[in-house]
Write a protein that binds this ligand. Sequence first.
Ligand code: PGA
Length: 241
Amino acid sequence: MDRIICKNYDEVSLLGAAMVAKVVKSNPRAVLGLATGSTPVGMYKRLVEMHKRDGLDFSMIRTFNLDEYYPIKKANDQSYDYFMRDNLFSHINIKQENIHLPNGECADPAAECAAYEAMLNQAGGVDIQVLGIGVNGHIGFNEPAEELQLPTHLTGLTASTIEANARFFESIEQVPTQALTMGMGTIMKARSILLLITGENKAPVVKKLFDRVVTTEVPASFLTLHPDVTVLLDEAAASLL
Ligand code: PGA
């Protein structure tokens, strides 16, 4: 894993956007794997700026998001579908038919997950996968557990994640307790991975990530086995290294 320590959140956002833009420019039909959460918001702002100011072209770009709550309506302002439209898709020239997220409104989660995985394979796989990390080491909604699932699947959220995400909801009871998520195998198949980590609250998990140990208790630790991972950190997240 390559590790780049930036001064602050803005620098992480700028450098992350530059790395995604490089992929978009070198392959106009690239497949981007995208993430939600507070960490990538600044990077998406920069990409929107690059589109508006410099004409960065998303007209043939395809995207697959990591995960979505289940069940949740797309119109719910806490759905990841809403988040992606609000933070990125509504502001760039991406085609609706090229946007993919697991469908939180589906009736049959198992069928939805299988179809999502098949669609991603048919698109040729992910060129660059953007990731955040949970304070508990999750990536997507692959939560610490004795076993980790390989393909896209329906999963329960841990208490730690429900608590971490409650800040976006009116009350903790409103946080969905399940999600559809790319599995560890789906994520590891991406040709390159860009992991963004900012803030002091992530410093303990960053320390574990660079412990040279792979454990299902820190799902992100499996990324150390991937040949092309860049970790962009701010100084606060790197403070225990
Ligand atoms: P955050 O979430 O960016 O809001 O910290 C990251 C994650 O849970 O993957």
